[in-house]
Design a protein around this ligand. Structure first.
Ligand code: AMP
Ligand code: ZN
Length: 480
């Protein structure tokens, strides 16, 4: 299996620290609002990486944090007149709902920064003792960047250039720094901010130290994979490496994986989707129009290191693509039921020789799928292989097919979709009831001669992909 490693800027063969195990840390969101679909990209991508490792038989320890102490959370809490904790707790819950909708499995552990302060104080103490950090007069503790000889190895930046760059920008309140490229490990509280006691001042941790400490606590000093969006390479991940390696005296992560941005066209400019630019859609926005499976499928339709532009057309195309897979899966189920009925009578389940040939072709598509995933998780090519299988299935499976052939195709399709986190069964039950209830409401509206409302309901159903037919036996409905 090959993984593109940001450290070496090359694809490298994956060799785990411990045979059969993967220790993986993915930087999670800062919880002050609903997540947007840019934040969803690393969640979906690295959940898929995890699923593929599991499919290959690895035991994966997957840790992803929630950053629950941050200026933005504090600002939002002050606006609402509540504690920061109220805000972070609310948006952690909302984030978990979105993750469930996108079929992103919960991490093995979801640590929260505010519950790990002791570990942070301990690592900062170690860094000071080893000469890698110092406390300034106001109680701020800084990492002494120049003391870590490998600083810049991840982002491929040179410390001298960084220092001169930083010298241009004078930040007020950071006069206590020895060097402009030093960064904060601990900072004094300001009025109205949450704080913790420490040997240096009452205050709170810097963002970077949180991840170094949580990775160490839940995965150990050395981990296999550290991942996140590419905006985290510098300074966040560069600083994590400096802290962890200086404190532990060991290489931190073997592989550094970064997803490219989800972009959006903003007034003719293609830009990164972000909260600060205000050009975002939340996952919740999307869920109002689409099943979040569609969003997941959309994200995986590109390679994770390629920029992906969000547009109404592309999400619509993903919806259609996903629909093709679901329809094929449904046809397989129907054919399987027919085979079971027939074979009860005929007692035959073996493949015909023609079916054996088709099965060999199907296995080739499966091999293509796996080769794509082995090549740095190329989900775009993997999905192309799924479509080849779907096409074969549609053209060769019928109610006449043998149970063995149907089962063979069905198993391959299911396995491939499972790894991508795509459910092959439609979530029909609840939906059926909902549709039925809406149709009943439309009938009532018509009876009351409220045709505007009746029409509104019909359009709404159409949006959900439901077509109504008024027949003599009453209203019938079908999926478009
Ligand atoms: P944040 O809440 O900003 O710390 O982001 C959480 C995660 O989402 C990080 O891994 C970011 O790199 C990632 N992220 C944020 N915006 C985007 C985007 N537009 N495209 C891809 N990843 C993003
Ligand atoms: Zn992090």
């Amino acid at each position: 299996m090959k993984i593109f490693n940001t450290l070496s800027r090359r694809k490298e063969e994956f060799v785990p620290l411990e045979p059969g195990k993967v220790k993986m840390y993915v930087c999670g969101p800062t919880v002050y609002n609903l997540i947007h679909i840019g934040n969803a990209r690393p969640m979906i991508v690295f959940d898929t990486v995890r699923r593929y490792f599991e499919y290959k038989g690895y035991e994966v320890n997957y840790v992803s944090n929630f950053t629950d102490v941050d200026d933005k959370i504090i600002k939002k809490a002050n606006e609402e007149g509540v504690d920061s904790e109220v805000i972070s707790r609310r948006y952690i819950e909302e984030c978990k709902k979105d993750m469930a909708g996108m079929n992103v499995r919960p991490a093995t552990t979801h640590p929260q920064a505010t519950l790990e302060i002791d570990g942070m104080l301990e690592m900062i103490r170690t860094l000071i003792d080893k000469g890698h950090a110092y406390a300034a007069g106001d109680g701020t503790v800084y990492f002494r960047t120049a003391s870590f000889k490998d600083y810049g190895k991840l982002s491929h930046k040179n410390l001298d250039e960084l220092q001169s760059g930083f010298r241009e920008i004078k930040v007020t309140g950071e006069e206590g720094k020895e060097d402009p490229s030093d960064f904060v490990l601990w900072k004094p509280k300001k009025e109205g901010e949450p704080y913790w006691e420490s040997p240096w001042c009452q205050g709170r941790p810097g963002w970077h130290i949180e991840c170094s400490v949580m990775a160490k606590k839940y995965l150990g000093e050395q981990i296999d994979i550290h991942a996140g969006g590419e905006d985290l390479i510098f300074p966040h991940h560069e600083n994590e490496i400096a802290q962890s390696e200086a404190a532990n005296g060991k290489p931190f992560a073997t592989y550094w994986m970064h997803n490219a941005f989800l972009n959006i066209d903003t007034n003719g400019h293609i830009q990164k989707m972000s909260k600060s630019l205000g050009n975002f859609f939340t996952v919740r926005d999307i869920s109002e129009r689409y099943d979040l499976q569609v969003l997941r499928f959309f994200m995986l339709s590109a390679h994770y290191r390629s920029p992906l532009n969000f547009s109404a057309e592309l999400i619509e195309a993903s919806k259609n693509g996903l629909e093709r897979i679901l329809t094929a899966a449904e046809r397989l189920e129907d054919a399987r039921k027919a085979a079971a009925r027939r074979e009860d009578a005929a007692g035959r389940a073996e493949m015909t020789s023609k079916e054996q040939e088709h099965m060999a072709a199907a296995r080739e598509f499966a091999a293509k799928y796996e080769a794509a995933m082995e090549d740095d998780f190329n989900t775009a090519d993997a999905i192309a292989a799924v479509f080849e299988l779907v096409k074969l299935s549609n053209s060769t499976v019928s109610v006449e097919s043998s149970a063995a052939y149907i089962d063979g195709i069905r198993e391959l399709l299911k396995k491939q979709c499972d790894v991508l986190g795509i459910l092959t069964e439609r979530k029909t039950e609840a939906l059926d009831e909902e549709i039925e209830a809406m149709i009943e409401a439309r009938q009532q509206a018509r009876k009351a001669r409220n045709f505007a409302l009746a029409d509104e309901i019909r359009v709404k159903l159409l949006d959900m992909g439901i077509v109504l037919e008024d027949t003599r036996e009453g209203v019938k409905w079908k999926r478009a």
